[in-house]
Design a protein around this ligand. Structure first.
Ligand code: FAD
Length: 538
């Protein structure tokens, strides 16, 4: 039997697996993606990419391509509303304009682009950067030992069986993850509360939608609860149906008896007319649950994406949370594989991402109860958290983060208020380098960065010394040095440092440590935080 050797194997080549391969490849790590389907996603499913996800795709040089494709496919800045029927018009508005009031916090905007259009872009970029993606290849089992992981593969076209040996494996194999089951990791949270369907259909909806700026439309009427998503040129769409009948005691099992005829009736009830010709193209079945994995790591296997957390689509958090998982993991794997950090750094993945998975799943559930199925009891849900906090304001705590005291323990905060507090995403500030505008976020991605105030000479000197003594790669970015300018002069204020303070930012753009001024500046202090952020025990 042939054996392939590669540093990282990724099981599952959909949104999260492909993102992982591109991010690893950008860090110079060769990854092999194994996907049992014969190509990328054929169904649109996820479409809402948050600002954070777009920041991650920006770091892969994909932002422009995604925006261009999105402009072809969706009304830009589309809103999210509720109707009784599409013909009847809006009864509630959740989001009037996708990007209104949030443009100050990021260089990127929220975008709608369906998974079926996004995945080919991700795959092409991953391959350009050096990743390998194999379709029609199923992983039938995995075995982990002290030096690596062996996966058994079956070519679904030829039936040929082979093995792949790698140092680490990422399970991005979806909600029914076989890898997660095999390594004995269970799920916790809220068990399935709906057996839902997504009905893909064709119908000429131009006259109903052409002057409405709607992208996602929740449907709430006595017959059914669910949501539509519309793409240009409004001759096709999907309707997800979660519950039907009496809203106080709904039928939550839509999938069991679904037929094209029932699907047609659901679409007619949601449109508010049987006179609009509709052709059903396909019907997908799925379970709505809000759960996260009990662990995200065995020694050499990492669980990510829907394999690590499932949540209803309400809010559009599922795929975004998965992309953030692998963004958190990729630079850590790269550092460990290059021998720049010990394996202990990898344990910060679970410490940092599990609370975020639980937060996102609970918040998606709260939105589901409030928007779709109040019979589940709003009083039994977590209080609603602002979308921006979930999308950009999640907080990490782990051995790799030097948290500041007092620590309120909150799992999220407003990205406008976090101001470079350790464990939060470093804020976005527009800067200039030799006349070109860049976001402070563009400084991060490859190596650790010491972002220093304009008079932080002392910290910069200690950082240079520590980085060469400890052989830790570190960039130093300081307004006034090497062509970098802070034209608005607000970098220090937005990072809550004095001009002689500094912030240590990780390759994923999260703050590992901050010194507000030079009071504690010393070689030992600098060396200690660099070592700690790299998971090195002394
Ligand atoms: C109707 C709907 C709308 C949604 N809208 C949004 C949205 O707007 N925004 C958002 O963020 N999320 C949304 N989601 C959720 C989003 O689709 C998922 O979170 C996302 O697809 C998860 O990606 P993933 O790569 O982790 O898993 P999946 O997309 O499930 O991919 C897993 C892949 O692994 C492969 N695989 C499984 N087992 C094996 C094996 N043994 N060997 C090889 N390959 C294997 C599968 O074939 C599959 O391709 C929506 C979901 C639905 C149902």
């Amino acid at each position: 039997m042939s054996v392939i050797e590669v540093p990282v194997t990724i099981v599952g080549g959909s949104l999260v697996g492909l993102s992982a391969s591109a991010l690893l490849a950008r860090h110079g790590v060769r990854a092999l993606v194994l996907e049992r389907h014969s190509g990328t996603a054929i169904h649109p499913r996820a479409a809402h990419a948050t600002q954070r996800t777009m920041e991650i795709f920006r770091s892969l040089d994909l932002e422009t391509a995604i925006r261009e494709r999105s402009a072809e496919q969706f009304i830009q800045d589309g809103g999210v509303v509720e109707v009784e029927t599409l013909i009847g018009g809006a009864t509630r508005q959740f989001i009037a304009d996708l990007n209104a009031g949030i443009r100050d916090v990021s260089p990127c905007e929220r975008v709608f682009l369906s998974q079926s259009s996004l995945e080919p872009l991700l795959m092409e970029r991953a391959r350009e950067l050096g990743a390998e993606v194999r379709f029609s290849t199923e992983v039938t089992s995995i075995e982990e030992d002290s030096t690596g992981v062996t996966a058994l593969l079956r070519d679904r076209e030829s039936g040929a069986v082979s093995r792949v040996r790698s140092q680490y494996l990422i399970a991005a194999d979806g909600a029914h993850s076989g890898v997660r089951r095999q390594v004995g990791i269970g799920m916790q949270g809220r068990s399935p509360f709906s057996r839902s369907v997504t009905i893909y259909f064709r119908a000429d909806l131009r006259s109903l939608l052409c002057d409405r700026k709607w992208a996602v439309v929740y449907v709430n009427n006595p017959r059914l609860r669910g949501f539509f998503r519309f793409e240009k040129p409004f001759d096709s769409a999907f309707l997800a149906v979660n519950t039907e009948g009496d809203a106080a005691h709904p039928n939550t099992d839509i999938a069991t008896d679904i037929t094209p005829e029932r699907a047609l009736r659901f679409v007619a009830h949601a449109l508010g007319s049987e006179a609009i010709p509709v052709t059903i193209e396909s019907i997908m079945q799925w379970e709505a649950a809000a759960q996260s994995a009990e662990r995200l790591q065995t020694r050499r296997v990492f669980i990510a994406g829907d394999a690590a957390h499932t949540m209803p689509p309400t809010g559009g958090f599922g795929g975004n949370t998965g992309v953030q998982d692998v963004h958190n993991l990729a630079w850590k794997l790269a550092q460990v594989l290059r021998g720049e950090a010990p394996a202990a750094l990898l344990s910060t993945y679970e410490a940092e991402r599990r609370p975020v998975a639980a937060l996102s799943a609970e918040q998606a559930y709260t939105r589901y109860v409030l928007r779709t199925d109040p019979s589940l009891g709003p009083e039994r849900c977590a209080p609603l958290v602002n979308d921006l906090n979930i999308e950009l304001g999640y907080v990490y705590r782990s051995d790799g983060i030097v948290s500041e005291e007092p620590d309120d323990g909150a799992t999220h905060s407003s990205p406008r208020e976090s101001r470079a507090r350790p464990g939060t995403r470093a804020p976005h500030v527009w800067l200039e380098r030799r006349g070109c505008r860049l976001s402070s976020l563009d400084l991060y991605g490859s190596r650790f960065v010491l972002l220093a105030g304009p008079r932080a000479d002392e910290w910069c000197r200690y950082a240079r010394d520590a980085s060469s003594e400890e052989r830790i790669a570190l960039d130093i970015a300081r307004p006034g040095a090497e062509g970098l300018e802070d034209p608005a002069g607000n970098l220090s204020e937005l990072h809550m440092i004095e001009p002689n303070g500094c912030v240590l930012v990780r390759p994923d753009g999260f703050v590992a440590w901050r010194a507000r001024n030079a009071q504690t500046a010393s070689a030992a202090a600098m060396r200690s935080v660099l070592i700690r952020a790299h998971g090195i025990a002394r």
